[in-house]
Ligand binder design. Sequence first.
Ligand SMILES: [Zn+2]
Length: 76
Amino acid sequence: MPTGICPKCETIIQNVIIEPIEVHEKINQLNRGGVSYLCPTCNAILSVSIDPILLSNELLNILRTELPNMLKKADS
Ligand SMILES: [Zn+2]
């Protein structure tokens, strides 16, 4: 049973709304896809992160391209 409370409207958070947002990495000067998690009652931003689905897809694509080369090197 959820017990988290929105810091703005003080509603008990049963679910959140995910909205796309751009995240700027200051160190690498890169823009990445991100998501913000919103209170479904008042739309207050509860948290922001790099989009975990985009991140896992990037990792999957890297593995698809790099893993065969890594396995070839391991065999030789
Ligand atoms: Zn709220």
